[in-house]
Design a protein around this ligand. Structure first.
Ligand code: NAD
Length: 468
């Protein structure tokens, strides 16, 4: 029997099968989780559908209070959650602690929100208001890079607004999701929150089911396309947070030390497996030598190891499939550029890639053109400031981007030309529950966070009163 169970209709559920969960630092299983079959998923959808009207009728203050309770429960179990997160995901303990803390912070943020009716017109002829109603059953489909946080920040706005929620965790990182399920069981009425695990085989049940009103999906662009196709049959509401290939542009007057430190921090966070990590850095030729040296020095400070070992700053990549993919990007780094930090795979159990920096590389290399999702940063020289913007934009992705300069006006002028959902100046990757977040181009559809993000979990319904 699986060590960690799912939550379906208010009860912990074993599921028809169990799934081994591998610790990426060892390459060996460390626990087992319940795995759903199609019947389990259909049961969860039916339970969510049944529970939703009563939940929507529950006073907002009670729904808000439930989110605070879940945040409190996460804080009370933070030590366990963070250690488990390291074991299933691979990230260094400090980053797992931050992810756990953030999950509670996001829940508390959403617990303070509401969507009040908005007056659209108010005169002698009409009184027109936009109201926000729940959509019904919302499904959250989450990836393996931030398995705890992403699920929580989908659950929170969904249930706050009176929807019921089905969370389908990623198969290689299901444990912390099921720990949240165990906490949620005692907080939410049966069926309001359901948490299930599959083996990459049940997402389509959710995305095609007519009783699921909305899919909030975070994952890769190819899977996002499949989700969109499947959702078309019932015209589901969709939020798609997909892949990225964020470019940073370093202007000639950038602060070398600060840029190196922060750029490397973004590129190697979570072993590079962050949708909004810096994934390619363009540096003006006039400071290229100096910048490459500073970045290589900085990268050398990033100790590779098991996330539970003290001093580790980069853990293994998360799963065997990603490890194989990362090795091909490492091969591209060797073939297409000059390695100035790292460059090797660490053999002997676990999925370890040395934090790597490669220079003298350019477009045409897979490492530059594709999303590497690994701790391998290409540093690319440019001469023409106008041309570099076009190069940064020459991607199907448009998630984030950054500009680095001591002249903020100059940086802002460049930022205005970058085709992405977010542009950071003199930093990269910063986000929060109050900051609207979404992708341009094929990095996604719709927005999470901020008021705009909240409205995506609601149906706007205009009520128009004639006064004549
Ligand atoms: P993935 O697309 O393989 O999987 C994501 C989720 O989709 C998993 O839960 C998976 O089981 C599920 N899934 C698989 N097939 C499905 C289908 N046909 N229908 C519905 N669901 C299905 O992504 P991944 O490899 O887990 O995550 C890495 C990717 O996620 C990267 O591209 C990364 O950039 C992206 N990502 C984006 C954001 C963002 O906010 N934009 C955040 C984190 C990760």
């Amino acid at each position: 029997m699986a060590e960690h169970k799912m939550l379906i209709d208010g009860a912990l559920a074993d599921g028809a099968q169990a799934l081994d969960v591998i610790n990426p630092a060892t390459g060996s299983p460390f626990t087992t989780v319940a795995r759903a079959n199609e019947d389990d998923m259909l049961r969860a959808i039916a339970a969510a559908k049944k529970a939703q009207p009563a939940w929507a009728a529950t006073p907002l203050a009670d729904r808000q209070a439930a989110l605070v309770k879940l945040a409190d429960a996460i804080d009370a179990n933070a030590v366990d959650l963070a250690r488990t997160l390291v074991m299933e995901q691979g990230k260094p303990l400090e980053q797992a602690q931050a992810e756990t803390a953030y999950a509670a912070i996001f829940l508390r943020h959403f617990a303070q929100q509401s969507l009040e009716p908005e007056t659209v017109q108010e005169d002698e002829g009409y009184h027109i208001q936009a109201h926000y109603r729940p959509l019904g059953v919302v499904a959250g489909i989450t990836p393996w890079n931030f398995p705890l946080l992403i699920g929580c920040y989908k659950l929170a706005p969904a249930v706050l607004l009176g929807n019921s929620f089905i969370w389908k965790a990623a198969p290689t990182t299901p444990v912390t999701a099921l720990m949240i399920a165990n906490l949620a069981k005692d907080i939410f009425p049966a069926g309001v929150v359901n948490v299930l695990v599959d083996k990459n085989d049940l997402g389509a049940v959710l995305t095609a089911h007519p009783d699921v009103a909305k899919i909030s999906f975070t994952g890769s662009t190819p899977t996002g396309r499949k989700v969109m196709e499947a959702a078309a049959s019932s015209l589901k509401r969709l939020t798609l947070e997909l892949g990225g290939n964020d470019a940073g542009i370093v202007l000639p007057d950038a602060d070398i030390a600060k840029t190196a430190q922060r750029a490397v921090g973004s590129a190697f966070n979570n072993a590079g497996q962050v949708c909004i990590a810096l994934k390619r850095l363009y540096v003006h030729r006039s400071i290229y030598e100096e910048m490459c040296e500073a970045i290589a020095r900085e990268a050398a400070e990033y100790a590779l190891g098991d996330g539970l070992e003290q001093g580790t700053r980069v853990g293994p990549v998360q799963n065997a499939q990603q490890f194989e993919k990362a090795k091909t990007y490492l091969a591209a780094a060797h073939a297409d550029g000059r390695i100035i930090a790292g460059g090797q795979v660490r053999e002997g159990g676990g999925y370890f890639i040395e934090p790597t920096v490669v220079r003298d590389i350019a477009e045409g290399s897979r490492l530059v053109d594709e999303e590497q999702f690994a701790p391998i940063l290409p540093v690319i020289a440019y001469d023409d400031p106008a041309d570099v913007i076009a190069r940064a934009n020459a991607s199907e992705y448009g998630l984030g981007g950054s500009v680095w300069s001591e002249d903020i006006d100059k940086a802002l002028a460049v930022a205005a030309q970058i085709e992405s959902g977010t542009v950071w100046i003199n930093h990269h990757t910063h986000f929060g529950p109050h900051i609207p977040f979404g992708g341009a181009k094929q990095s996604g559809l719709g927005v999470e966070f901020g008021k705009e993000g909240l409205t995506e979990f609601a149906q706007r319904s205009v009520v128009s009163v004639s006064r004549q």
